[in-house]
Design a protein around this ligand. Structure first.
Ligand code: MN
Length: 184
């Protein structure tokens, strides 16, 4: 019994979550839109390797500033498999984040990438700023916490939120009545 207990504790100790894409099985698999009459697959179909060109791995536009005139003072320009087909199966993507003075990329998480804890970036300076981020998924996704909690449709029960955040009901009603800007 002791051995089983020790084994179970060891098994739990070495269990860790995978929040990234699986290792690639080939050098590249440039994504194409789902061909007609194909079965649904959870992922992207590969372009014929003989038709792949350098342009499939080229994205232009990260040199262009995004429009930060919004309530957050920031905007994210994502370059994932939706914008750059050559990223398919490569387990990586990138983003440019533009910030107005004191702009904020609000607390968020990426459900399919290892930059997965809740995090944020803020420009603490009084001039514009730029950040470049690398993410460990071709399609990392983003969940902006305030938007997901207070801007969800259908709404999360007020009783649940007032207990969870340990505040009065009128504060939850106020937060749920706001428009939650999405900077992605
Ligand atoms: Mn992030």
């Amino acid at each position: 019994m002791k051995i089983i207990t020790v084994c179970m504790i060891l098994a739990m100790a070495f269990t860790f979550s995978h929040a990234s894409d699986p290792s690639p099985l080939q050098d590249f698999c440039v994504a194409i839109d789902d061909p007609k009459n194909a079965l649904f697959v959870n992922g992207k179909f590969c372009k014929n390797p003989n038709l792949v060109s350098a342009d499939d791995f080229l994205y232009r536009g990260l040199n262009k500033a995004g429009n930060t005139e919004n309530p957050l003072g920031s905007v994210v320009t994502a370059v994932n498999v939706a914008q750059l087909k050559g990223l398919n199966t490569l387990g990586i993507s990138a983003a440019r984040i533009d910030f107005a003075p004191y702009g904020l990329n609000p607390p968020h998480t990426h459900p399919r990438a290892t930059e997965g804890l809740i995090h944020f970036q803020q420009n603490v300076g009084n001039t514009n700023a730029i950040a470049f981020a690398g993410l460990s998924s071709q399609n990392p996704g983003v969940i902006t916490i305030a938007n997901a909690v207070f801007g969800s449709d259908p709404k999360i029960s007020v009783d649940v939120l007032k207990k969870a955040f340990q505040v009065e009901e009128n504060l939850i009603n106020y937060l749920q009545s706001q428009f939650w800007w999405d900077n992605n």
